[in-house]
Design a binder for this molecule. Structure first.
Ligand code: RIB
Ligand code: CA
Length: 315
């Protein structure tokens, strides 16, 4: 999967139940070195996602900096309803003590700029929430577009319906203007969208396998995921889609996914279809492809990887 040198990453996140599962996968994967967590509004408010990121760093016991970012979209009011899925506290309504740590003094966008510009070609950005911080960073310092290693984002839907609207995936829907900036900034973007994240599901049997490991990570994941799993159970579905961990898994082992390059545009002007990611598969717009789109995934191999990393943790 890798040449032995860990990939240096920043995860931009709105933890969030599946964000937490993704961040704990990253902490327990030798292929990755987390240089920072930057937080954004989305599944709940940025004050809470920042505290949750600090809690995850403390759970991992690693001195990873957390930098707080945007509390709302670039231009529009925040009307997201992620808290209905993730709980008001973003962690499935499970009570946790206040984190001990404090966030970095810098805004998330400045933190990203400083780290990328100090380490040209080294840093992979893994946004798994609305793209507001990423858009702010590349607008403030456009040179990060040629100094970042790549951007691997959880978001979008190229060939499937949306989850936040009939056409839009939640992260893109939450800030379509930011997404438009990110998709057109000229850096290498891989889109890990609903086309693949809806193909991998964690069901209750799998969750019991995690629980049986009884380590601090699987206990945490089991506890915070019950609220999310119960919501799906009420709809007659045993399982939760694996959204954010899919983006982390792509960086760990891209061979888990099949990808296709395409010109992808983000709709932000439509009142009903804002947040739609439109892939021009047949090149009809005669524009150079700007996105590497994940179109398929080896879900069994991905779930095996996830289970192994969390039940046999490194930390
Ligand atoms: O559409 C799924 C995405 O929206 C995930 O990042 C989840 O955490 C929510 O933010
Ligand atoms: Ca997320």
């Amino acid at each position: 999967m890798s040449n032995g040198t860990p990939k240096r990453i920043i995860i931009d996140t709105d933890p969030g139940v599946d964000d937490s599962m993704a961040i704990l996968l990253a902490f327990n994967s030798p292929e990755l070195q987390i240089e920072g967590l930057t937080t954004v509004f989305g599944n709940t408010g940025v004050d809470i996602t920042t505290k949750n990121a600090l809690r995850l760093v403390e759970l991992a016991g690693k001195p990873v900096p957390v930098a707080a970012g945007a509390g709302k979209p670039l231009l529009r009011p925040y009307t997201g309803e992620g808290w209905k899925v993730h709980g008001r506290n973003g962690l499935g309504e499970v009570p946790f003590p206040e984190p001990k740590g404090m966030p970095d003094k810098r805004h998330a966008a400045q933190f990203i700029i400083d780290l990328v510009m100090a380490n040209p070609g080294e840093i992979t950005l893994i946004p798994i929430g609305p793209l507001t911080n990423i858009a702010l960073a590349v607008s403030l310092e456009p040179r990060i577009a040629e100094n970042v290693k790549e951007v691997v984002l959880m978001g979008g839907a190229a060939m499937n319906p949306g989850n936040a609207s009939p056409v839009a995936e939640a992260n893109i829907h939450n800030d379509p203007e930011a997404a438009h900036i990110v998709f057109h900034a000229g850096w290498p973007v891989t889109m890990v969208g609903l086309d693949v994240t809806h193909k991998t599901e964690i069901d209750s049997a799998y969750m019991e396998q995690l629980k049986a490991a009884h380590n601090r990570f699987t206990d945490f994941i089991y506890a915070i995921s019950q609220h999310y799993m119960n919501l799906y159970r009420q709809r007659g579905i045993d399982g939760m889609p694996v959204h954010d961990s899919s983006a982390v898994a792509y960086v760990i082992d891209p061979t888990l996914f099949q990808t296709k390059k395409a010109y992808v545009d983000v709709e932000y002007q439509s009142s009903f279809h804002h947040g739609q990611t439109v892939a021009d598969w047949r090149g009809q717009r005669k524009l150079e492809p700007n996105v590497n789109v994940c179109v398929d995934v080896d879900s069994p191999r991905f779930l095996d990887l996830y289970r192994k990393r969390l039940t046999e943790p490194m930390l």
